[in-house]
Write a protein that binds this ligand. Sequence first.
Ligand code: FEO
Length: 174
Amino acid sequence: MKTKRLSDNIEKILNTQIVNEGYSSAIYRAMANCLEYNGWVGAAKLWKKYSSEEMAHYEKIISYMQDRDCMPIIPAIPQPQYKYEGIKNIVELSDKHEIDVSGQWKKIASEAMKESDLMTFELAQWFIGEQTEEEAKMIYWLDRIDMYEKTNKSLGDIDEEMEDMTQNTPPAQI
Ligand code: FEO
């Protein structure tokens, strides 16, 4: 017997968020493609990793909806931009994108709270924690690029740093 445990409103919002997470994955994959095409192999690996992490988010929402006895919709994901100006442009756009996604999850949390849907609220809280980490990664790269520019260091060297980061996470802010 089917016993759908999400309101139509929450169901609709979560289906939209599946699109948004899938779109995040597609954007980062397109960025990785552009980086690799232009010889930024280290950075490309890192953006490919970010793309996989977003795909895990996509899957997490689908699993949650199934757990709540709802049938998720497999969405059509819009085609992302595929040409970028360079590494700085990619970091800036990624940062802006993560801020947008944080806003989407805050909205989901507040809709869930309005309906006293604490299960969905908890899901949204998990994602909000994840967003803090993802914004921190982009803040880290923005700061590193700033430092490279201020010290007239070649930005090409950041490629190796980015490759190292595929094994690690950025140090916590002090
Ligand atoms: Fe899953 Fe960073 O959005």
